[in-house]
Every structure is written in structure tokens, then in C-alpha cells.
Design a protein around this ligand. Structure first.
Ligand SMILES: Nc1ncnc2c1ncn2[C@@H]1O[C@H](COP(=O)(O)OP(=O)(O)OP(=O)(O)O)[C@@H](O)[C@H]1O
Ligand SMILES: Cc1ncc(CO)c(N)n1
Length: 533
């Protein structure tokens, strides 16, 4: 006699209801719900993580829910389409469902791909037994790529599932199958079909217009507050091909939100807004070469990411080496730079600092903490008082320019391009502003450090004051502080925001290179053409 036949290692069904078990775990049925709803996805898989169960779990997590998953079918698919579907079978599906409901209180269920008729019937039987409080059904029939995800014979069984669902989320072709009509080609026709589905099933219908081709991507909630009630959600269509799994992700987000909302409308509104952000960020994921997934976590900072300044410094390795090697900087280091070239550079730098100081003030204004506000306000003053003073003194002594003359220097196109970039960044976020400001500190303290070591004894060096200002420990310290403010800002940035920070840093570094270079290349700039008379 086999041991398994007489003594199951674990009971296959629980002796008490999951709600009673919840009470045994310390939460009485009448007690306030846990802050994380326990949400179950019943769906197929997508090994590339953009659709099906994998997308659902990400959407649950993105909305602060505790995610669980029962697999209806294993799908070999990627961003190009479905290759093969393996269905473990209805008995095993029921075993998975019972394993969850015998043990865990379920706050909401999202059903996706059911694969075949026995699967649909097993789910229907389980729903009748367990009666979860909120059931969202995404009647998946055909993948975005055009591949069938549901047996033709199973369509009737899915219609029966609709009657057990609280919310059903068809796209236009799925809606047509559910009402047994031709697919609607206009929005009013689709709404009429959705009303008929609501009347026939009692389920609220979230009709998805993603398959229409207009400026907007309208969705409508039909029957949420009464038989004729229609609420339309219109968001601007995101210009992207990366829409793999949008339907899965939307229905999962609504299921995750519903237990903490007073109705479908508020859950749907929030889910739609989240999905729009996820669609916008999808391309940056670079997952697959077909129709890629959306970024479910677009709104979140990423745990485990690198320190921003480390990554940023590595990104500009090329510009950094180019600056170290460039003729202008070498000539500055060994003192062979002509006074004319140095004077041109200093005059442009005075014009630059006037704008740089304004962007530092802007960073102070945007800064989230008193420490950061104080640092950037102080830096705005220092860049005028200390750095510009050096420029005024030198230009006064060597170019006969008084203070007024220094203050009215016209920026060259190269200088203006750099300060325009800084001003543009400062129209964005604090994080972007700080990232754009950083190379001015960092590259100068880096060069200052290298030059102090290379130049050795600065006595008699024509540019000693310039070299010692940037090689000075106080300037190095200010650079470290600016880095740590940028790192702190990056810690709370979304991946897209972090990428904008890295880009702003990189572009500023390129402008630093061009700024030095203009001191020598300006000789090749054409003279301003005279107007023809
Ligand atoms: N380009 C887009 N811009 C904005 N929203 C979109 C876009 N494409 C789809 N959506 C939204 O995504 C959700 C899913 O819509 P869609 O009609 O594509 O569902 P589906 O066909 O079930 O999705 P799936 O691609 O997962 O099969 C809807 O809320 C829809 O409005
Ligand atoms: C498993 C699964 N469910 C749903 C869809 C629809 O996007 C898909 N491609 N795969």
C-alpha cells in the first residue's frame, strides 16, 4: 500500500474556510482589511515578462498589492508572438486554485487567458464555490500579435464566465465575440454592444478602444452606476509600438486597486493614468525586437541601482580624457598658453559664470531640503564673488577691462549654447538641474587636481591663481557636496528621470570640452559678414 494513498502529506482541501483561517491568523473577518490587498491572477504565462501572469504580478506590485498566480497555460511566446501553448489541464488548474483559496483570503481576482473550455469550466466552478469579492475578467482570445489564445469551442464557456465576473474588460474584437456580433468599427457602435453585454450578463463592462485609430485612446466603463451609465476615459494616445500586454496590465491594475476604492470608476481612472505612464516609458526598457512591453514600474525609483555620480563619471570617460589631452588645457598647464587666448577664455568664462550663478540660484529654489537650498544659494554667491573676481582681476590687469566692461561681455555662440543647455535643464526638475550643473564643478576640480600635480611649483607660473583656485581643497570639497546632492536626487528619480539626469550631465561635459576648445578654434571662425548695401 502506498503511503501517499492513505496519508496525504498535506491536506488537499482545508477543513475550514480561508476566512476562518484569516481569523485564526489574527485578523477577524470584521476587522479592517490588511493594507495590501491579496490579489490572485488566473492566467497564462509570458516568459518575456510583458503579458500574462508575469505582467499581472508586476502590475499588482506596482499598486502595492500582494500578488498570487495560478497558471492556466504555459505559453512559449515573446515580443513577436506566440509559438506554442501547453495546457496542464483542468484538474491541475483546480488543484492550484484550491491550494490558494484553502489557505489565503482573496481580496480580488483577475482572470486572463483561460485557454480552453475545460479550463473555463474549472474556473467557473471554483468562482461559484469561493465567491471572491471582486472578479475582473479580461476575456483574452487573441494576442496582440494575432495568435489565438483561446480554443474556438471555449467561447461559449467564456460567455458563462462573464456572468460570474464583476467587471469584464474586452477590446473591440473580444466584445464582438461575447455579444455574438460583427466587430464594431465606430465608438458609438462599440458602446451599444457594451450596453448589450452589460444587460445580458450583469457585469460592468470596461470597453477598451486601444484598437481604434484616433488621436485618443478612449475606454468606457458601462453600467458601473446603473444600466445606462457610461463613463468615458480618454487619454492621449501614446505614440509607441510597445503595447504588448497592455490589456493584461490594465485589468490587473484595476483588480489590485478595487478593494481599496469605493467603485470601479476610481479604480479604472487610476489604473489608466498609471498605464499611460507605463506605455510612455516602455520603449526605454529595450526588451525584445518586436512589440515590447510597458514599464510597469515607470513611476518607481529602482532599488539596487548604482550611485548616480559613479555611473555619470563613467559615462563621460571619453570627454574627460579628451579634456585632459586637449591642447588648450596642456598649454594652460605648462604656461605656454598665450595671454590673448587665456584672456579670451577668461572673458567668456566671466559671461558663463553670470548665467551659471543664475542656474545655481534656480537649483536652490527647487531644492527639496534646507541643506541643498543653502548649498546652492551659497554656490551662486561664490561663483560670482570668488571665481568671477579672479576673472575681473586678470582682465583688469592684462586687458585693461574695468568691472563694467567685464560684466557686459557678449557670450560667444559656444558659451551661449552651454548656458542655454543649463537654463533648459533648470526648466525641468531639480534632479535634472543639479545633474546639468555638476560637470562644471567636477571637471574643473579634476583638471585643477591634475594640473596642480603636473605643474609642480606654481611660483612664476603665469596662470598660478587659476590653477590653485580649482586645485584648492575647498573647491574639491564643494564638488563632493554637489555630487552627493545629485546622488540623493537620483535616489528618488524614476528610471526615465535618472536617464534625463545622465543625459544632462553628459551634454554639460561636452559643452565643457567645447568651451575650452573655442579658445583656440575661434581663430578659424569667420568674421561677421557685412550687410550688403
Ligand atoms: N498607444 C496607446 N496609448 C494610450 N493608451 C493605449 C495605447 N494602446 C493601448 N492603450 C490602452 O491600453 C489598454 C489596453 O487596450 P487594448 O485595446 O490594446 O487592449 P487589449 O487588446 O486587450 O491589449 P493586449 O495588447 O494586451 O491584447 C486600454 O486602456 C487602452 O486604451
Ligand atoms: C498569457 C498571455 N495572456 C494574454 C496575452 C495578451 O496580450 C498574451 N500575449 N499572453
Amino acid at each position: 500500500m502506498s503511503l501517499a494513498a492513505t496519508t496525504p502529506v498535506l491536506p488537499t482541501t482545508g477543513p475550514t474556510s480561508a476566512a476562518a483561517r484569516d481569523a485564526a491568523h489574527g485578523a477577524s473577518p470584521g476587522a479592517a482589511k490588511p493594507s495590501r490587498p491579496r490579489v490572485l491572477s488566473i492566467a497564462g504565462t509570458d516568459p518575456t515578462g510583458g503579458a500574462g501572469i508575469q505582467a499581472d504580478l508586476k502590475a499588482f506590485a506596482a499598486h502595492g498589492a500582494y500578488g498570487m498566480a495560478v497558471t492556466t497555460a504555459l505559453v512559449a511566446q515573446n515580443t513577436h508572438g506566440v509559438r506554442t501553448v501547453h495546457v496542464p489541464g483542468a484538474d491541475f488548474l483546480t488543484e492550484q486554485l484550491d491550494a490558494v483559496s484553502d489557505d489565503v483570503v482573496i481580496d480580488a481576482v483577475k482572470i486572463g487567458m483561460v485557454a480552453d473550455e475545460p479550463g473555463a469550466r474549472a474556473i467557473a466552478a471554483w468562482l461559484r464555490r469561493v465567491q471572491p469579492p471582486f472578479v475582473v475578467l479580461d476575456p483574452v482570445m487573441v494576442a496582440t500579435s494575432g495568435h489565438r489564445l483561446l480554443d474556438e469551442g471555449a467561447e461559449q464557456a467564456v460567455r458563462e464566465l462573464v456572468a460570474l465576473a464583476d467587471l469584464v474588460t474586452p477590446n473591440l474584437p473580444e466584445l464582438a465575440v461575447l455579444v455574438g456580433e460583427q466587430a464594431a468599427t465606430t465608438w458609438p457602435d462599440a458602446l451599444a454592444q457594451a450596453r448589450r453585454l452589460h444587460a445580458a450578463s450583469g457585469a460592468v463592462v470596461l470597453l477598451k478602444g486601444g484598437h481604434l485609430t484616433g488621436e485618443e485612446s478612449p475606454d468606457a466603463l458601462v453600467g458601473a452606476r446603473g444600466p445606462d451609465d457610461v463613463t468615458t476615459f480618454s487619454v492621449p494616445r501614446v505614440d509607441t509600438v510597445h503595447t504588448h500586454g497592455t490589456g493584461c496590465s490594465l485589468s490587473a491594475a484595476v483588480a489590485a486597486l478595487r478593494p481599496r476604492r469605493d467603485g470601479w470608476e476610481s479604480a479604472t481612472r487610476d489604473a489608466k493614468n498609471w498605464l499611460t505612464g507605463a506605455l510612455q516609458a516602455g520603449g526605454a526598457l529595450a526588451v525584445g525586437t518586436g512589440r515590447g512591453p510597458v514599464d510597469h514600474l515607470a513611476h518607481l525609483p529602482t532599488l539596487g541601482q548604482r550611485v548616480f555620480s559613479e555611473e555619470a563619471w563613467e559615462r563621460i570617460a571619453g570627454w574627460r580624457e579628451a579634456v585632459e589631452r586637449m591642447g588648450f588645457v596642456r598649454a594652460l598647464a605648462d604656461g605656454s598658453l598665450s595671454a590673448g587666448d587665456f584672456g579670451f577664455y577668461l572673458a567668456q568664462d566671466a559671461a558663463y559664470l553670470a548665467e551659471y550663478s543664475r542656474v545655481l540660484s534656480r537649483a536652490s529654489q527647487l531644492a527639496p531640503t534646507p541643506e541643498a537650498r543653502q548649498f546652492f544659494a551659497g554656490a551662486a554667491v561664490t561663483s560670482l564673488e570668488v571665481e568671477q573676481a579672479l576673472h575681473r582681476d586678470w582682465l583688469g590687469a592684462h586687458a585693461g577691462m574695468d568691472r563694467g566692461a567685464v560684466e557686459s561681455i557678449d557670450p560667444s555662440p559656444v558659451t551661449a549654447a552651454y548656458t542655454n543647455h543649463l537654463h533648459a535643464a533648470s526648466n525641468g526638475s531639480y534632479a535634472e538641474t543639479v545633474a546639468a550643473l555638476l560637470p562644471c564643478y567636477w571637471l574643473y576640480s579634476h583638471i585643477g587636481d591634475v594640473l596642480v600635480r603636473q605643474a609642480g611649483e606654481l611660483d612664476g607660473h603665469p596662470y598660478a591663481r587659476w590653477i590653485s583656485l580649482y586645485g584648492d581643497p575647498a573647491f574639491q570639497e564643494a564638488t563632493r557636496a554637489a555630487c552627493s546632492f545629485a546622488d540623493e536626487a537620483a535616489r528618488w528619480a524614476s528610471p526615465a528621470e535618472r536617464e534625463r539626469m545622465l543625459r544632462a550631465f553628459e551634454v554639460s561635459s561636452m559643452h565643457e570640452y567645447l568651451f575650452f576648445e573655442q579658445g583656440l578654434t575661434r581663430a578659424t571662425w569667420p568674421a561677421p559678414p557685412r550687410a550688403a548695401r
